[in-house]
Design a protein around this ligand. Structure first.
Ligand code: ATP
Length: 249
């Protein structure tokens, strides 16, 4: 379980996060939604240690990530998998070498163990036949799958995905969402996904947190999303639907 308490962050005079609380459960895919510039990515970065919040706590199964000693922080980091926007693959490495990279960097596994683990991850995302291909030779959806395989290769307890659907067509988006949800459920991972995607909200929104100008204005799930009395959320959903219709999705 991940708990965040009163996360605050300012850049200059701008209060980007104004005190966010939340709780994310194992085996659950939790979504953070909201318009552009509302602080979703900054919140995610605060959670994974890429941005230091001004105030607040991030607890990983009770361990305070922000005040922990170096060894505990390292241990927590090793339990995290991250799928970055745009997949962030190394262009000069094959699919297989991209996936085994965290094992090379962070473990003392034998060659045989690494190969076995990387194979298993790639198999889990359905890419066992693309291991020797280069990132430039595969589609956007496949790149996301490689990113997911790399994010789970260390058997993470916590998985973070920043806009996993960006740049994908609707069908591929749904497949990627389903994969994230299945993996979360199968390995009982605590998964946090940032998304703009209305389909994702409806299909995998077991828990949804809505941010607006650095505040959490609403929390619920896909069933309650369309029935809130929060004007800002209703505007966001309406704008999203409109955009999808205009794009012919
Ligand atoms: N390192 C930084 N220095 C200064 N301002 C920043 C920094 N990182 C983010 N911001 C600002 O914080 C605000 C929130 O940014 P954030 O990236 O979290 O938005 P977001 O909700 O993820 O939006 P999007 O959906 O467009 O990615 C923005 O106004 C952004 O310009």
């Amino acid at each position: 379980m991940i708990e965040i308490k009163n996360i605050q962050k300012k850049f200059g005079d701008r209060q980007v996060l104004a005190g966010i609380d939340g709780c994310f459960q194992p085996g659950e895919t939790s979504l953070i939604i909201g318009g552009s510039g509302t602080g979703k990515s900054v919140l995610l970065k605060c959670m994974i240690g890429l941005v230091q919040p001004d105030l607040g706590e991030v607890l990983y199964d009770g361990r305070n990530f922000l005040t922990a000693d170096d060894d505990t922080r390292k241990a927590i980091r090793r339990e995290m998998g991250v799928l970055f926007q745009g997949s962030a693959l190394f262009d000069s490495k094959s699919v297989f070498d991209n996936v085994r990279f965290p094992l090379d960097m962070l473990t003392t596994m034998t060659e045989e163990e690494k190969v076995e683990r990387a194979h298993a991850s790639l198999q889990r995302v359905g890419l066992e036949n693309a291991e020797q291909r280069m990132p430039s030779e595969i589609s956007g959806g496949m790149k996301k799958r490689v990113g997911i395989a790399r994010a789970i290769v260390m058997n993470p307890k916590y998985l973070f995905c920043d806009e996993p659907n960006s740049g994908l067509d609707p069908l591929t988006s749904i497949k990627i969402d389903q994969l994230i949800k299945e993996i979360t459920d199968e390995y009982k991972i605590t998964t946090v996904v940032i998304t703009h995607d209305m389909n994702s909200m409806m299909e995998i929104g077991e828990k949804i947190m809505f941010l607006y100008e650095g505040n959490k204005l609403w929390e619920g799930n896909s069933d309650t999303l369309a029935h809130s009395d929060v004007d800002r959320l209703n505007e966001f959903i309406y704008a999203n639907k409109l955009l999808r219709e205009m794009e012919g999705k």
